[in-house]
Design a protein around this ligand. Sequence first.
Ligand code: G4P
Length: 529
Amino acid sequence: MSNIDKINSRTIFGIISHPDAGKTTLTEKLLLHGGAIREAGTVKARRNAKFATSDWMEIEKQRGISVTSSVMQFEYKGKVISIMDTPGHNDFGEDTYRILTSVDSAVMVIDGAKGIEAQTRKLFAVCSMRGIPVFTFINKLDRETRDAFELVEELENVLGLPSVPVTWPIGSGLNFQGVYDLLRNEVILYKAGQPSKTLKLSDDGVFDPLLEDYIAGYNLETLRDEIELIQGAGNEFDLDAIAHGKLSPVFFGSALADFGVTSFLDHFLDMAPPPGPRKTTDGYVYPTDEEFSGFIFKIQANMNPAHRDRLAFFRICSGTFQRGMTVTLSRTGKQMKLSQATELMANEKENIDTAIAGDIIGIYDTGNYQIGDTLTTCKQPLFFEPLPTFPPELFCLVTPKNTMKAKHFQKGVDQLAQEGAIQVYRNEYNEVVIGAVGQLQFEVFEYRLKNEYNSDIRMDRLDFSVARWVETDDLEAVKDTLDSRSMLVFDHFQRPIILFANQFTLNYYMERHSDIRLCEALDVNSTLG
Ligand code: G4P
């Protein structure tokens, strides 16, 4: 197989959903079809096993949630597919957001009874910002669900995402009888607890009389009406629009019953884009470029408490990784030898010798890397489109309980900030203020400081919920505008940020100080001014 064929046979997708929509169940079924796992239940079991080996994940166990994310790779019909599993809990949105910068496409799992929920909306916003193609899997059709049209309309009305059904449900819940595949013109029949059966239809499509032998009258009548409507007035199927994230192919099924999953996977692989070019600060890097390049989108510390190692999750954008190769870290210009890298497959790590564009590898790190770092063999420094920073909504003032251990505290804070586990700011008095998207990040922060850095901390919750970066040349003038419902802090790059009590305080501030430019999110690597 030529290198281009190898690259084109790869695809990386992120799987996103609101907690409980069925993301884990669908992932498991996909892995099962890919032969990556032998028994359903293994993904959950893996999570449990991981809890046992990693101390700080004790929190996950106690709370019964999944905080970390991982990569799973499997082969199916000649393709090498990597699934980026994302943390399910609302509190870990930020990590999830970043993971989405490394994928070629995303699969959005929606609970058919609930439709689009809060977290789906947030995650979709990131995909949309980056033009990532989104495939929609509407799940739990074996239960009573909302009207299929209503669900599809919601994609457009709530997310602003036009969609095109690829499969369409025939009934739901107790009356669920299967799906019609509009592209293949076939019906896949569902019967609880039995293997599915496929009916190839004539050119009459859903009007093929054959269906009358299999599908209840009321379901068939509805199906015929609905398909006529979709084919007459629905969006045109347009691969180019799909590839640019402007049209979402929609599938219906039941992950639990493993129904509609293979047809989803087959179509997905036909439509999902292979690794594409990546934007850099001065042009594009193409997967087929000779020079090796890629970026770090996640750093996980202390995956094994016995070793205190850190693993940098690295997406290869071009060239070939060779074990032992020397690359340049663009941020510092330093030469780095990549002597140990690992494949990240279902958490079973094996050292690898080579990897190509479209692969995600784990690089062992002794504290050299930061999220967003580029590694390359190019002579010139190379910077990819920066990863977005999301404004935190919760803030705490953090101080070490034992001032004699200020060094441990400092080291822990710096490392956890580097890892992207939390946003760290300083106020004017050089005190540490941390910001998070959710409460659980604070708990993990406190736990890790204590367990990994031997530092007990005091956390005082600050009554702010909105952060805005300030563009100004005159910081003193900005300070004069602040009162008890706002606070000035500085981020990692010394950029000033004002924290506001709430949206109302922010609006009021903007009305009174329309000359001060505030912005909501900044790219990690960009600086103001
Ligand atoms: P998540 O990763 O998106 O959070 O969801 P997960 O797959 O863990 O699924 C959440 C719950 O929904 C699970 O039930 C799961 O069995 C159920 N589920 C997933 N897909 C389907 C489906 O297609 N149909 C039906 N009826 N249920 C589905 P649970 O009782 O919370 O957990 P468990 O006891 O099964 O582990």
